[in-house]
Ligand binder design. Sequence first.
Ligand code: GRF
Length: 205
Amino acid sequence: MLKARIAVLVSGGGTNLQALMDAEKSGIIKSGEIRLVVSNNSNAYALKRAEIAGIPSACITKKEYGKQEGFEKALLELLAENGIELIVLAGFMSILSADFVNHYKNRIINIHPSLIPSFCGKGFYGLKVHEAALEYGVKVTGATVHFVNEVPDGGRIIMQKAVDILPHDTPEALQKRVMEQAEWVILPRAAEQISAEIINAREKN
Ligand code: GRF
């Protein structure tokens, strides 16, 4: 059976990309295969990780393609050329337009480092999310994988995993624990779940 063709979109270090590639190797992801990695930042270490793993990669920047519209057009073309069926945003730091997400309805997923609907939406990215959780004083945080729609962090939730906040936690320590205990666990699981759904949907058609 043909596996679902996955593209992973990245901007930075790519530890979530690494978790996805490792999960494909170990068989946690068995219904999909990572066919392409796309970065909007030429310095992203994630690109190096793709190279080491032998996965084709590309860099598309807004600077090069002219703002959001040109950037998204180039991205759509590249995804179509590669027959991509599922887009995984793994630390991708650019918001996609409603027009773009409508091309891939229920076929774009994102990992966010909190339990949505807490500490999410515009302005909540990177360390800011964990700073906000600590400042509020919640005792439990975590990560969420959700579908991407036109509202930042607003699409339907696919999977969540909770992580305890410890006394004297710092934003950095919390960020690391949320990645290790939640993000790297649920993003591959969710990618597998949606890949399996894509295969099933193909068979029905
Ligand atoms: C992660 O915390 C992810 O939740 C957020 O951006 C970070 C990306 O880290 N969206 P990495 O590039 O996967 O290491």
